[in-house]
Design a protein around this ligand. Structure first.
Ligand code: ATP
Length: 255
């Protein structure tokens, strides 16, 4: 797939596959297009069509079904808003800036989409929310507004909210970058727990190399919208083959 913003080409003929249950970490310098990939998967962006209308314009597939497109008379056509809304609910995303609903208490933050998007009853949604808030260590904060929580606690609510929809894929976009250093460990511990206790597919952008090493099946190094190299974390971190990966890891690990 390609993605451009005006004249700026951000993703260049990018193509990759993530298997069900696989944990993939995207690493690479700032501006290399990592967040754009997650936003495309969340349908917050659309791919830039090729000039040649016959060319493969970049179709995103999730769980073997077209996601960015829909099938019409045996052909794939760009998806309409209704289709996207339905498919989007199969993908959970946690953002750098938490993005909780500020006017809703913690419990309602985690039940809202369950009730209004997934169509669950209030009781069912609350039971699920309570068990997930327990999982992220916030069972005692259900009645608080987000503004009364630390950044780390807000991020743990956001993780519970994403998981509450039973997504096929969990997208994590630098989820600890906006946190004070002492709060990072708690959030990573919750995610390690999620990785260890579920089989959810995870696609994660992070600068936390220890976390990437522990939870990933595969690490992909990006630069200028292209995959520079990819492989299991042991190989990527111990013996990166490409000079760009070596330079990037040296710089990140020296921070
Ligand atoms: N909506 C937008 N309009 C214009 N340019 C954009 C937009 N979103 C992203 N870009 C540009 O696309 C490029 C890739 O951005 P992206 O956020 O995907 O990179 P990244 O690898 O995630 O970087 P970082 O690690 O800093 O978050 C950057 O040059 C960015 O300025």
């Amino acid at each position: 797939m390609d993605k451009s913003f005006g004249d700026l080409k951000v993703l260049d003929e990018l193509s990759f596959r993530v298997d069900p249950g696989e944990r993939v970490t995207l690493i690479g310098p700032s501006g290399s297009g990592k967040t754009t990939i997650l936003r495309l998967l969340m349908t917050l962006e659309t791919v830039t069509p090729k000039a040649d209308p016959e060319a493969d314009g970049g179709v995103v597939w999730v769980e073997g079904r077209p996601y960015s497109h829909m099938e019409k008379k045996g052909r794939l056509v760009p998806a309409n808003e209704k289709w996207l809304r339905q498919r989007r609910s199969r993908v959970g995303m946690v953002f750098q800036q938490f993005n909780l609903f500020p006017n809703m208490k913690v419990l309602r933050n985690v039940t809202e989409a369950q009730v209004h998007v997934a169509g669950r009853s209030k009781e069912e949604a609350e039971a699920k929310a309570l068990s997930l808030l327990d999982l992220v260590g916030l069972a005692d904060k259900t009645g608080e507004y987000p503004s009364r929580l630390s950044g780390g606690q807000q991020q743990r609510v956001a993780i519970a909210r994403a998981l509450a929809m039973d997504p096929d894929i969990l997208l994590l976009d630098e989820v600890t970058s906006a946190l004070d250093p002492e709060l990072v460990a708690d959030v990573l511990a919750v995610l390690r727990d999620v990785a260890a206790t579920t089989s959810i597919t995870m696609l994660c952008v992070t600068h936390e190399m220890g976390f990437a090493r522990d939870v990933s099946d595969r690490v992909m190094m990006f630069d200028s919208g292209r995959i520079v190299e990819q492989g299991p974390p042991e190989a990527m971190f111990s013996e990166p083959q490409e000079a760009r990966t070596q330079d990037f890891l040296r710089a990140v690990l020296a921070e």
